[in-house]
Ligand binder design. Sequence first.
Ligand SMILES: Nc1nc2c(ncn2[C@@H]2O[C@H](COP(=O)(O)OP(=O)(O)OP(=O)(O)O)[C@@H](O)[C@H]2O)c(=O)[nH]1
Length: 312
Amino acid sequence: MKILLVDDSRAIAMVTTARLESYGHEVRHAINGQTAIDLFQSDHFDLILMDIEMPGMNGFETTTRIRAQEGHEPWAWTPIIFVTATDSDTNLVTAIEAGGDDFISKSSPESVLQAKMKAMTRIAALRARLAQANGKLQDQANRDGLTGLLNRRAMDLRVDSLWEEAVRLGKPFSLLMIDVDNFKKYNDHYGHQAGDECLCAVAACIERVAVQANEDQMAPGVFAARYGGEEFSLVIPDAAAGVHVGIAMAVVEAIAALAIEHTSNEAWGVVTVSVGAACVTPANGLVKQVFRLADELLYQAKDAGRNRHESN
Ligand SMILES: Nc1nc2c(ncn2[C@@H]2O[C@H](COP(=O)(O)OP(=O)(O)OP(=O)(O)O)[C@@H](O)[C@H]2O)c(=O)[nH]1
């Protein structure tokens, strides 16, 4: 385990560190409460061993502050064991109230410290697995099950905060609505399963355009999402005026270049998309107006014959 040892006595800290290292743990020492908080902010620990009596900020207050910091992160909980010379019931109650998990006396035999470390190692391993599982679940909740792109809910959440920032800083904000042309006919002709595969290929292609635009520094932070059905979005949070037009053009060309056969998309014979590309600069008003504008432009692209983009 990686342990943060908080103790105002260098001599005691040296002895404890040597013991813990001999059990195979990695130890960082904080000489006071503030240093402990600073280290906690900049590093990750599996366990904190916290002295109670320290000059200035004592162990209880340090713990309360650490817990307050953890409160900002869902699922974060670092076990804290108080280590003290005064092994009183009052100390135990205060320790738990302050957010501690256990209590050990400085006079405890080595075997007790060793046993507690074993128990904490198990908890640390469990926490790591839980954090990993939660991360995976969180990611799954944000992804569209078919295409793997961000889903509508995750996109809306991101758009809300990006829009707020763009309005606050007076930055441009662009949005592309991308719709597969004559997709009902594709399903009718090739079947629903083939339709699903086609949507996956289209999604991957849109994602590639987004990654490329990011890598080229053309549109930092651009991301793709499945808006719903056969409709996708590209959100461009901050790009120079006109960049949305270039990206819209790139999407239209890249999808046609996939050359996925679609005989009922008569003018082209392959799968194509239409794109409505809206840019508001500087961002102002409500974000739903940008969606409405992108939708209007998309319908103009459909009316004008499909396999094209319309931009403002
Ligand atoms: N295979 C498959 N089809 C889907 C999925 N989601 C939506 N669709 C189909 O997408 C089709 C969309 O049809 P329409 O809204 O009529 O649009 P369109 O045929 O693409 O015509 P235009 O948009 O005018 O070019 C419908 O047939 C939906 O069933 C999906 O996840 N998988």
